[in-house]
Write a protein that binds this ligand. Structure first.
Ligand SMILES: C[S@@+](CC[C@H](N)C(=O)[O-])C[C@H]1O[C@@H](n2cnc3c(N)ncnc32)[C@H](O)[C@@H]1O
Length: 283
């Protein structure tokens, strides 16, 4: 029932407002160049490491179950090909829609290194992409920052001949950076939408879906303290130029007390694993 005579607010509208306020908070504190490719120092995280590890990736296993050999698959926000590349090995063709140049470069380099030539890269956001419908559309860890979520999802449904497969975290995707944000900026970071908000939007759009929990997931550790610094600069929108700015010095100092050694490198001492879910519907 509407409260106080007001109409209840639409889930898609609330989603858009949340994304805009999260972006506005970043714009308020940022000292980096907003036109630079935010993914430049992060793209390496989103490429498949090796054939062996790629096919053991639980997201890959969950998604590939729904992909047939003859299928054309669109990977929306394909990143550096973590899913697109191993999937391309087992289907007819993959169309990777990806706006970030840094991600496109890593995807192309990795596909070349694996000898894979059935991936077409569309250098665009999903909202602006001109695509032919495909059998299956996958979209992993992309929706969080999408402002017009209803339009984005309707376009997924319209362009999938059989399946839409979305992977989203249960918790806000950037939760492991919240403590660092607090230590650097002295305020709480606004949380982007995640699984429960996506479910509300799908219900509002009248989409009947099923969801499956995947194993809890730990992000790849930082290889060393310098890499942690570099990636934290990007995540906190701190400039990389004008070495020795106050914020850069503060970040270096805070990181000294924030990182712990783990197998393969370093992690934030407060880092927790996240649970991704597969959200799936047929069209
Ligand atoms: C967190 S990465 C995930 C990459 C990959 N799907 C994976 O799971 O490894 C998010 C990716 O979505 C892309 N992206 C962000 N907004 C997008 C949009 N509106 N349309 C298409 N891709 C988008 C980014 O450029 C980035 O490569």
């Amino acid at each position: 029932m509407p409260v106080n005579g007001e109409r209840s607010r639409s889930a898609s509208k609330v989603w858009g407002e949340t994304v805009r306020s999260e972006h506005a908070q970043a714009d308020r504190v940022r000292s980096d160049d907003p036109s630079a490719d935010h993914w430049r120092s992060l793209a390496h995280r989103f490429k498949p490491m090796s054939r062996e590890s790629a096919v053991q990736d639980e997201s890959y296993i969950a998604v590939s179950r729904y992909v047939r050999e003859s299928d054309v698959v669109i990977d929306v926000g394909a990143g550096a090909g973590r899913l697109a590349i191993p999937i391309a090995e087992h289907c007819n063709r993959v169309v990777a829609v990806e706006p970030s140049e840094a991600m496109q470069e890593q995807l192309r380099n990795q596909a070349d290194a694996w000898g894979i030539d059935n991936i077409q890269v569309i250098e665009s956001t999903w909202e602006e992409a001109e695509v032919e419908p495909a059998d299956v559309i996958i979209c992993a860890h992309v929706v969080y920052t999408v402002e017009d979520i209803a339009g984005f999802i309707r376009k997924l449904s319209r362009n999938a001949r059989r399946e839409v497969l979305i992977i989203v975290f249960e918790e806000p995707a950037m939760a492991n950076y919240f403590e660092l944000w607090r230590l650097i900026y002295g305020e709480d970071r606004i949380s982007l939408p995640s699984l429960s908000q996506l479910e509300e939007v799908l219900a509002e759009l009248g989409i009947t879906y099923e969801k499956h929990p995947l194993d809890e997931w730990e992000s790849r550790p930082f290889s060393d303290a310098e890499k942690a610094y570099e990636e934290s600069l990007a995540r906190l929108f701190i400039t990389t130029s004008n070495e020795n700015t106050e914020l850069q010095a503060k970040l270096r100092a805070v990181l000294q007390d924030s990182l712990v050694p783990v197998e393969g490198g370093m992690r934030f001492r407060w880092a927790r694993p996240h649970r991704p879910w597969l959200v799936r519907w047929t069209t």
